[in-house]
Design a protein around this ligand. Structure first.
Ligand SMILES: Cc1ncc(C[n+]2csc(CCOP(=O)(O)OP(=O)(O)O)c2C)c(N)n1
Length: 577
């Protein structure tokens, strides 16, 4: 639901780190915001879209979001890009050269990293990207700092003519804090002045801009030494911690009396301040999640510190682990006993995966709710790397193995990065079957609209992308639309297309069950007919339960009446009511 945030009704609000950052950006006169959904970053744009003064958009993918936001800044409006850590990989191309062009009005790049992989395909540390892209990096420790750091970020951006990376992690993005709300300042537009030497990155211009960039980094480094975001807290001098982001709060919790160099501005690294701090304490310990980023900066500056055990490069940090870092010990073994992932009852994806399992095909998958098709007992998605790879991996497998292969991809992911893959199949004369799992939303990240839903982030009706037409234009020989709830029809169609020497796309279209709960009578179970074969349990529906006496129960609350269990029950113990 879209909440319009036009007036200041309250003095404070209980906000997550993402919301606090967005509130800060609003107050600092942000005018343009662009993103593609991704946990843990999604709520930043959702919150911003509630402000009438901010031109917010879900872009088709992160590269586009980055370019829309950066170009708006160059054209003169304060702008913001936000994504999860892997989203920034998609935007790497413009990001790497944005430090050369610089900005005009302030431009903030928010990356929300996910140490511990709560909902991601990897746990890369994007602080390394800041260093590679030569862009200043700010790391708040809490939601209130996330808000305060936006102001600093805009000021640094405009003062040094550079994008600024603001890095949150899941714990900061999703932790809530009482946040003081302020009034919006109009930041004032900047005029755009034609300047090819600055904005046209051909080699001769880019070479000169690279020289400028190096000079800027020297000035930024000098600023980082005096910047109030980097502060020395001198207490007990026996041990001194250098830390940034949420790790600072963990240090405070475990060692409240220790001295700290609390870093908020971590690249370029304030080595002068670090050297001063190092001299004032007996032992120096760096506490940071994932990569030894600060530690490496200290090593470059020739400042000795205690290295964390390499086991701490993996997974999230917890306050209780800090004594292990202090003693140079290995991270304690963790049990990752997360809830077993399962598709929702009535999820249209389940019907497709049950069919693919029956047909015993190799399935190259992609990222979305449908990645859960990989989990037993369905076990019918066999690769998943990154967004868009469901189609491109299909090509590699199809050209390599003898078995039948099917590529699957969600509707939002198809628009994000699947379309070039489909063109590549057609252009390189690869035949076979791709299935687009079209549930009319970006379900995995909380049901955001995308171009094929015909609705914008502000819930306005817009031009709707017709997936069938796109597939034809990309070169598919056959494009069929089928409702996966028509289980027989779906199986017959897949079999038919698999048997042909053509490039086919099947769009399996049924809205996500969480978009609209349809009221339909739950499936019936007739125990007297049940042969206890448990084929029904192999579809992994949360509405079905095997009782201690061997019978089956159906949870009427959960049953979405998709009838998949009815279709697999040979003795007809499961029936349509
Ligand atoms: C580069 C990148 N951006 C964003 C994400 C977060 N994310 C994972 S899957 C997904 C899209 C899922 O939507 P869709 O393809 O429609 O599948 P559904 O979840 O609806 O089944 C998103 C945005 C990501 N993992 N990688």
């Amino acid at each position: 639901m879209l909440i319009m945030r036009t007036s200041l009704d309250a003095k404070s609000d209980f906000l997550s780190g993402n919301e606090a950052l967005a509130q800060g950006a609003y107050e600092e006169g942000l005018e343009v915001a662009a993103s593609y959904p991704g946990t843990p970053a999604t709520e930043i744009l959702e919150y911003l879209s509630g402000f009438a003064q901010i031109d917010s958009q879900w872009s088709v993918n992160e590269k586009i979001a980055f370019e829309v936001a950066l170009s708006s800044a160059i054209a003169g409006k304060r702008s913001l890009y936000a994504s999860k850590h892997v989203g920034l990989n998609v935007a790497m191309d413009p990001l790497m050269t944005s430090s050369y062009t610089g900005i005009n009005a302030g431009f903030i790049v928010v990356t929300c990293d996910d140490p511990g992989l709560h909902s991601s395909q990897n746990e890369q540390d994007n602080r390394l990207i800041a260093r590679m892209a030569k862009i200043p990096l700010l790391e708040p420790a809490s939601p209130s700092e996330a808000k305060a750091f936006v102001k600093e970020a805009f000021e640094i951006s405009e003062c040094f003519d550079t994008p600024v990376i603001l890095r949150l992690t899941t714990r900061i993005s999703h932790t809530k804090e009482n946040i003081i709300l302020g009034r919006r300042k109009e930041s004032g537009r900047k005029d755009f002045k034609i300047n090819a030497a600055k904005y046209v990155m051909v080699p001769a211009n880019a070479y000169k801009r690279h020289i400028e960039l190096e000079k800027r980094l020297t000035r930024l480094k000098a600023y980082a030494q005096s910047c109030p975001l980097n502060r020395i807290e001198l207490k007990n001098k026996k041990i001194g911690f250098i830390t940034s982001g949420v790790s600072y709060l963990y240090v405070k919790e475990m060692y409240p009396d220790a001295s700290c160099l609390k870093l908020g501005f971590t690249f370029p690294f304030p080595d002068g301040k670090a050297r001063r701090f190092a001299k004032s304490v007996k032992e120096l310990v760096v506490v940071e999640e994932l990569e030894p980023f600060l530690e490496e900066q200290l090593a470059i500056a020739g400042i000795k510190c205690r290295s964390k055990h390499p086991s701490f490069r993996i997974g999230e940090l917890k306050p209780e682990y800090i004594p292990y870092i202090v003693k140079g010990k290995k991270k304690p073994e963790e049990e990752r006993n997360a809830r077993r992932p399962v598709l929702c009852p009535g999820c249209p994806h389940r019907l497709v995966f049950a069919t693919l399992k029956k047909l015993k095909v190799v399935v190259t998958g992609d990222i979305g709710c449908y990645t859960l098709g990989a989990a037993p007992p369905l076990s019918s998605l066999h690769t998943c790397l990154c967004m868009g790879s469901g189609i491109t991996f299909f090509e590699g497998f199809r050209r390599t193995i003898k078995e039948k292969v099917v590529g699957v991809i969600g509707d939002s992911t198809f628009v994000h990065s699947g379309i070039p893959g489909l063109i590549n199949l057609s252009y390189n004369q690869t035949k076979g079957l791709v299935i687009i799992l079209d549930n009319a939303t970006t379900a995995m990240t909380g049901a955001q609209p995308h171009p094929a839903t015909g609705v914008t982030i502000k819930q306005e009706v817009t031009k709707k992308l017709i997936l069938e037409d796109v597939c034809v234009a990309c070169g598919a020989d056959h494009v069929d639309v089928v409702d996966p709830y028509n289980i027989k029809g779906l199986e017959e169609l897949i079999k038919k297309r698999l048997g042909e020497d053509a490039l086919s796309v099947v769009i399996a279209r049924h809205p996500c069950k969480l978009l609209k709960r349809e009221k339909s009578a739950p499936t019936l179970y007739l125990e007297e007919k049940c042969k206890k074969c448990y084929l029904c349990m192999a579809i992994d529906c949360p509405a079905l339960r095997k009782n201690d006496d061997g019978s089956i129960s159906i949870d009427a609350e959960l049953c979405a009446a998709c009838r998949l269990c009815v279709s697999v029950c040979n003795p007809k113990a499961l029936q349509r009511k």
